[in-house]
Design a protein around this ligand. Structure first.
Ligand code: SF4
Length: 393
């Protein structure tokens, strides 16, 4: 088994590539790449006629989910996602690029991996399942969705929960925890940090990013999120990661953003990370659409959160603020009209703001149809705009 240093920057290049220090084995036509604790991270075919085909790779997340990194889906993928591939979950959240037979095809590769685990010091299927349960035990929950900006660190991030659940519990949402919002205690946070260090072991060297979960870290308070992020920065030593730069990712919601003053939120601009990404689920500017989605907010609150998020990005030096909107075939006409109106009329669009468009999970779109809709909105928007299909950890 050979250890190799791959790219140390997450800046996009026009091919799928690997990152950090990985251990690798070439086995039966495939390259298997493991983290520094022997946990599979990538599977890449070495021959063009093997699934998932040339230039497409399989990626395992820390929570033991498999993603297909698909780079040959069609032209224009960079404009659509901001990377040169589409991350497609093989199970769980729906994506129009999902292959119904992927599970079957993956199971052959899992068998190969099992064989490799008998010959090399790497984790087999049972151990990987055990590790996923262990991670859920540390967090006392799962990460059903990652912020869309996490693609900028290739989903290589250390999760910590400062809160569980979210403030709104919208009825359309397929990733909500349900129940009441829970704020995690200081003691529990210290335990999470200690246990995550031991969970990642030697592979900690590959991490330069932290994700503060679960679905609404701002609800725990901006100051508390900033303190926890700083504590994690020091405890994990991510400033000395193999990877260049350091990132913090977190979700906020309309009300958790609005309950803070700008000065409080700017505490997140003072922490030692090079970039901080806050993602806010707005979904729609249109009152009837919010009602249809079961999002308990008024259009005025959404608009206020949009303006405040942009102001935050203007005032911060390292704060990046992104906004999620949904699209759906059965939503009221006013939804797209108001979105186009507001996105096209921003007078001073901040550089560090992005719009993400997500199709509703219960609807099925054809890839071309979805792409046309997103590209139409992209042409109207004065802010950078990309597609986001849900990616879990
Ligand atoms: S859309 Fe966001 S705020 Fe609404 S339930 Fe889902 S995670 Fe919570």
């Amino acid at each position: 088994m050979e250890t190799r240093r791959y790219r140390t920057s997450y800046e996009p290049i026009s091919a799928i590539t690997f990152y950090g220090s990985l251990q690798q084995i070439d086995f039966d036509g495939y390259r298997f790449l493991f983290d520094l604790e022997g946990r599979i991270k990538w599977i890449a075919p070495l021959k063009a006629d093997l699934w998932p085909g040339p230039e497409n790779y399989l990626r395992r997340t820390l929570g033991n989910k498999w993603l297909l990194y698909e780079s040959d889906a069609y032209a224009g993928v960079y404009e659509l996602t901001g990377r040169y591939y589409l991350p497609v979950p093989l199970a769980g959240p729906w994506s129009p690029w999902q292959d119904m037979r992927a599970g079957e095809k993956l199971s052959r590769l899992r068998n190969l991996l099992e064989e490799a685990s008998q010959a090399y010091p790497v984790a087999g299927a049972r151990q990987l399942n055990f590790l996923a349960r262990q991670l859920a035990g540390i967090l006392k929950g799962t990460v059903p969705v990652l912020p869309p900006d996490a693609i900028k660190a290739e989903y290589d991030l250390i999760p910590l929960f400062v809160s569980r659940g979210c403030m709104h519990n919208c009825s359309f949402c397929s990733v909500k925890a349900g129940g009441d919002l829970e704020i995690v205690s200081d003691n529990e946070l210290k335990c999470q940090i200690k246990e995550m260090k031991s969970f990642l072991g030697a592979d900690m060297a590959n991490y330069n990013s932290v994700f503060l979960g679960q679905n609404d870290a701002l609800a725990a308070g901006a100051a508390r999120a900033a303190e926890t992020a700083s504590l994690a920065y020091d405890s994990f030593g991510i400033g000395s990661s193999i990877m260049q730069g350091t990132n913090l990712f977190l979700f906020g919601s309309v009300r958790s953003l609005l309950m803070h003053g700008l000065d409080d939120l700017l505490e997140l601009d003072k922490i030692p990370y090079s970039k901080v990404f806050i993602n806010l689920g707005l979904e729609s500017f249109h009152e009837n659409t919010l009602e249809r989605l079961g999002k308990p907010l008024t259009s005025l609150e959404v608009l206020q959160a949009f303006d405040k998020g942009m102001e935050l990005a203007r005032r911060g030096r390292k704060l990046n603020v992104s906004f999620n909107f949904v699209i759906g075939k059965d939503l009221p006409n006013g939804h797209l009209q108001t979105m186009e109106k507001y996105l096209s009329s921003i007078s001073l669009p901040p550089d560090r703001c992005t719009i993400y468009i997500s199709p509703l999970q219960h609807e099925k779109w054809r890839p071309g149809e979805l792409m046309r809709q997103v590209m139409h909105l992209k042409a109207k928007s004065r802010l950078r705009l990309h597609l986001y299909c849900i990616v879990p950890l």
